[in-house]
Design a protein around this ligand. Structure first.
Ligand SMILES: Nc1ncnc2c1ncn2[C@@H]1O[C@H](COP(=O)(O)OP(=O)(O)O)[C@@H](O)[C@H]1O
Ligand SMILES: [Mg+2]
Length: 500
């Protein structure tokens, strides 16, 4: 029936998962079936690119992968899953793959290879593979008792009573992931009590870790209590929505608009990077940092005219920005080697000095003014760093360059977007931190980590999967749910890149 091919990279992923992840002696198809399951959980179709293999790895026959023709009728235990897998793929592709063997084989290969690619992207060897799999495969599969759509009003009133807050619920409002209960307080002085008692309310609602947040409504005695709903009821925000927002709100000539996600009540939010002027994104592994970076990147790629933007994407993990490297675009540099990255950042500080003197001699304040007056037609440069810790631990000098850029690059149109899963003092030196006042905190493990990222607690109570707290310089914190950008979305955006 034909074979399934893997690339050399896929093979090394399979080996890594077996030796460092599962740590058991198991056949390779174990990993490939896990990869298939992982890919089937994603809603988009796997990219056709996956048919192409640059450096060949291995070929497998269906006997190995799906147990084709391997029924064990004597024991009554059937091990041929070919029909089951064919059925699942047909549903996923909305196409009858029973009628077309070649097409079935192609779909199967695409899914397995996409799953393996997701393992490369999402799992780090230093992390527990079982935990990673559990999160990836079981996220969204709630126990039945949790997905019962109960109205929590009476529980909430009881929980408020426990902490000495009296009031009544006047309205509820469903956002993409939370339900907001508007509570009319009997006594406005109870607001602080409610705020202090949020952990107890969370506990009383049986929500354990993912917390209830309090939002002031603007009316003196009314507060919103934002209660997370079970995952099965969440509405995912997809890349198509981001594209629509960006296209219907063209960037101002001096702007770099970013669209990180929607507010808890579902309205899109955008801000201008040039005003921040840099951004730090922190959160634990699996909280949605990389996807958040993709969202910001895509906001810029579709929202800012080509000649106005140059991107430097630094990715020591080598996988995250790979689709952009394939674009072969002059204005997108992808750097995966830490020494190269350090060299590039050093050169960028020189470029910043040059730009500064050009601005000074032209007598203009900043790049935006220079562009407006037609004196200086340089593009903005936005640097994305996928994992700050990898960079700084391996090449400590990079920190100095980053600090200089964070301190001085603003006027010259050079901006940094830096992500890290290690928001600790060692990685986020005080000087770097204080020069990047705008922050996004995705879910973290401990409230101390939330404090390092945001200067406030709260991120430890987020629900994960792109749930975030955004603090723009000088503004109150806003909670957002991020856009889910997939690799296929990035590939599609990049395809347009080629047509410039
Ligand atoms: N905005 C989002 N909406 C829905 N799910 C998301 C979102 N962001 C992240 N996720 C989920 O979380 C997983 C981990 O995201 P990722 O960006 O790789 O995390 P990190 O880089 O922090 O390790 C994703 O594979 C996806 O399942
Ligand atoms: Mg990541």
């Amino acid at each position: 029936m034909g074979n399934i091919y893997t690339s050399a990279e896929d093979e090394s992923t399979i080996d890594d998962v077996l030796s460092k992840g599962l740590k058991v002696k198991a056949p390779k198809w174990t990993v490939m079936r896990l990869a298939l399951a992982h890919s089937l959980k994603m809603h988009s179709a796997p990219d056709e690119e996956l048919d192409r293999i640059d450096k060949k790895g291995f070929d497998y026959d269906l006997e190995q992968l799906t147990g084709h023709n391997q029924g064990h009728s004597s024991t009554g235990q059937k091990q041929d899953y070919t029909d089951a897998i064919r059925g699942l793929l047909s549903v996923h592709a909305n196409q009858d793959l029973f009628a077309d063997d070649a097409s079935f084989r192609r779909h199967l290969q695409r899914h397995i290879r996409r799953g393996l690619r997701e393992f490369r992207r999402g799992w780090r060897e230093s992390h527990d593979f079982y935990q990673f799999l559990y999160q990836e495969l079981c996220a969204g599969v709630e126990r039945e008792s949790e997905s019962r759509d109960t109205d929590l009003s009476s529980l909430l009133i009881a929980a408020l009573g426990e902490i000495g807050v009296r009031g009544e619920i006047t309205a509820t409002q469903d956002g993409p992931r939370i339900t907001r209960y508007l509570v009319h307080l009997e006594d406005p002085n109870h607001l602080d009590r409610a705020r202090r008692g949020l952990d107890k309310i969370t506990f009383a609602l049986g929500l354990q870790k993912h917390g209830v947040f309090l939002t002031e409504s603007g009316q003196p005695k009314v507060v919103g209590l934002d209660v997370p709903r079970p995952r099965s009821t969440w509405r995912t925000v997809h890349c198509q929505e981001l594209m629509k927002w960006a296209e219907t709100n063209p960037a101002k000539p001096s702007g770099l608009p970013l669209w990180p996600g929607v507010t808890v009540t579902g309205s899109p939010l955008s801000f201008d990077l040039t005003r921040q002027p840099h951004l730090l994104v922190g959160g634990t592994t699996g909280s949605g940092k990389s996807i958040c970076l993709h969202t910001l990147l895509i906001s810029l790629l579709i929202g800012v005219p080509k000649e106005r933007l140059h991107l430097i994407l630094i990715d020591p993990k080598k996988v995250e920005f790979a689709p952009y490297a394939r674009a072969n675009s002059q204005r997108i540099e992808v750097i995966t080697d830490v020494v190269d990255a350090n060299r590039r950042l050093a050169a960028l500080t020189e470029e910043m000095e040059n730009r500064t003197s050009t601005l000074e001699s032209a007598g203009v304040r900043d790049l935006a003014e220079g562009r407006r007056k037609g004196i200086l037609n340089l593009p903005y440069i936005v640097v994305f760093i996928e994992e700050l810790a990898d960079l700084i631990m391996q090449v400590p000098e990079t920190e100095e360059h980053l600090i200089r850029l964070a301190q001085k690059a603003r006027a010259t149109g050079i901006h940094l977007i830096i992500a890290t899963q290690r928001p600790d003092a060692r990685i986020l030196n005080g000087l770097l931190r204080s020069n990047i006042p705008s922050r996004i905190a995705l879910m973290v493990q401990k409230s101390t980590e939330s404090k390092i990222i945001l200067d406030e607690t709260g991120a430890e109570r987020l629900t994960g999967a792109g749930d975030m707290l955004l603090r723009l310089s000088g503004e109150p914190i806003v909670r957002l749910h991020g856009v889910l950008v997939t690799e296929d979305d990035s590939t599609a955006v990049i395809r347009n890149e080629g047509r410039s």
